[in-house]
Design a protein around this ligand. Sequence first.
Ligand code: MHO
Length: 156
Amino acid sequence: MTETAIFAAGCFWGVETAFRRVDGVVEAEVGYIGGTTDKPTYHDVCGGRTGHAEACRVVFDPAVVGYDDLLAVFFRIHDPTQVNRQGPDIGNQYRSAIFFTSPEQESAARKVMAEIDSSGRLRRPLATQLVPAGPFWRAEEHHQRYHEKHGGHCAI
Ligand code: MHO
């Protein structure tokens, strides 16, 4: 049995690259979530008006990798204190967000976020949003496995 996790952490190219490297991740795809329109295109989302975040949908085998491990990867690959931005990429589509797919994921994420917040490790408050997953719209094919196709870096 597999489980699904969805994370937004800036430009989705790098997010997919990072999660694909994790043992126990059986599939990953990039797409758009958390907006107000159906079947958004990259162009729609870029404009920032639809409210979607660039995100990565990760299918994993919980017998091999835990949701907590994926949360650790998520927090390692981006700066969760930046609001509607990740480095050079600015706009609400680049927000930091966890889209939970079960009550168990919600509580696991809430716990980790509270730990990070109270650890004093961050110099600014955590900006990560914790929200229930609505529809995930798969992005255009040329955005899938982008770094594999074009080279490029990833944060970890
Ligand atoms: N800075 C990158 C972001 C692309 S990402 C898919 C670019 O503008 O190409 O949002």
